[in-house]
Ligand binder design. Structure first.
Ligand code: FE2
Length: 198
């Protein structure tokens, strides 16, 4: 079984999201990679007698979804903060798609921010659905509950409190959402969209 590798991210100083937040958040990301590997290893061991270990295996598989998605979700999130704030490139296909689906880019963005304010911990997501050939918003509880089958992540916003608690109190999470978009490298999001379309 291949091991998952912890990725490194070149995140510059951000506006409104402190270095301490990013440092601590990266440690949590490393924990997801470590635990995804650990669970995979344990599953391999228990598989030696899958009948006897059926209950344990079932629970380990549940935890695996949590750890695996926690790893991948954070990779999308941290990559989108690399390279400094950048706008969408000229002739952006993502922008064209959004404008095809929403009255304006601004209204679409507002809609995404509203989803990010969903109560509870989880992720606001913009996904590409290759089956219906359209973008769709989604809210995912925790790291894995609410994933839409076959869709590909384009934009992932971590709305767990650990993403902003050193910088904002929970009732101010709107400010964190604004800070995220102020620092977002839209060129990475455009690339995610291009890859999702392949
Ligand atoms: Fe997180």
């Amino acid at each position: 079984m291949n091991k998952y590798e912890e990725q490194k991210f070149a995140i510059p100083a951000l506006k409104g999201i402190s270095e301490k937040t990013i440092t601590e958040h990266l440690k949590l990301y490393a924990g997801y990679v470590k635990n995804a590997n650990l669970i995979l290893e344990k599953i391999g061991e228990y598989m030696a007698d899958s009948e006897k270990n059926a209950y344990v295996l079932g629970e380990l598989q549940r935890r695996f979804s949590f750890e695996f998605d926690g790893m991948r979700n954070h990779e999308y999130y941290f990559h989108s903060l690399e390279g400094g704030a950048k706008g969408l490139p000229a002739g952006s296909k993502l922008k064209a798609q959004i404008e095809k689906q929403a009255p304006s880019f601004e209204m679409w963005l507002q809609g995404f921010k509203s989803i990010a304010l969903t109560r509870g911990i989880g992720w606001a997501m913009m996904l590409w659905d290759p089956n219906s050939k359209q973008l769709t918003h989604a809210w995912m509880d925790e790291q894995h509950l609410g994933q839409l089958t076959d869709t590909r992540p384009v934009l992932m916003l971590d709305m767990w409190e650990h993403s902003y608690l050193f910088d904002y109190i929970p009732s101010e999470k709107k400010k964190y959402i604004e800070a995220f978009f102020e620092n977002l490298n839209w060129e990475v999001i455009e690339k995610n969209f291009t890859l999702a379309n392949q």
